[in-house]
Write a protein that binds this ligand. Structure first.
Ligand code: URA
Length: 210
């Protein structure tokens, strides 16, 4: 498993605004989109392309087009939905699949309650969106789900991660073809499974407490 912590002053600046408890939901949503676009730039470094010859007004040149089949972006409901716009802004031609996972707040175990994904993901580049890599339970379950459908190239994009979550992913998915790209690696998890210093409950901050 490859882990990449995006290290850029603009990302740190936007993350600081996002973490601030005084930041309201509309601003939080907007900042999340901006951050994801920046993270997506890092996360798509190995996106597959094919050579293509085109004519500029001046000369013939060889460039690149995104390969087919198109990449698939999978936001984990609900908080991952807040990351979708920022991702598709960068890759508008990507397909979008949905995975609904819910975490039991007592056991911290993740279960699937919704799935709208192609049956066969063989050969597809997949980008999973989930803002918080906390215990890792949700992302382990989601990644296994995609691996079971044949995915061989999975990139997880998260805003923040805890070292415990990264270690859990590494242990559970040892040797799997996975890259994790994050805005920051925080200090730890607290006794409630929240990332410290973190930003609180990402879903609540994006959409309110319903
Ligand atoms: N999920 C969140 O939204 N926040 C955390 O800190 C941990 C998990």
């Amino acid at each position: 498993m490859r882990v990449h912590v995006a290290n850029h002053p603009l990302i740190t600046h936007k993350l600081t605004l996002l973490r601030d408890k005084k930041t309201d939901s509309p601003t939080f949503r907007y900042l999340t989109e901006e951050l994801v676009t920046l993270l997506a730039y890092e996360a798509t470094r190995d996106i597959r392309t094919d050579k293509v010859t085109i004519e500029t007004p001046v000369a013939t040149t060889v460039g690149a087009h995104l390969s087919k089949p198109r990449p698939i972006v999978v936001p984990i409901l609900r908080a991952g939905l807040g990351m979708l716009e920022g991702m598709t802004r960068l890759i508008p031609s990507a397909e979008v699949g949905f995975l609904g996972m819910v975490r039991d707040e007592k056991t911290l175990q993740a279960t699937t309650y919704a799935n709208r994904l192609p049956e066969d993901l063989t050969g597809r580049q997949c980008y999973i969106l989930d803002p918080m890599l906390a215990t890792g339970g949700t992302l382990i379950a989601a990644t296994r789900f995609l691996l079971d459908k044949g995915a061989t190239d999975i990139t997880i994009i998260c805003i923040l991660a805890a070292p415990e979550g990264v270690a859990a992913l590494e242990k559970a998915l040892d040797g799997a073809p996975i890259t994790v790209v994050m805005g920051a690696l925080d200090e730890r998890l607290n006794e409630h499974g929240y990332i410290v210093p973190g930003l609180g409950d990402a879903g609540d901050r994006l959409y309110g407490t319903v």
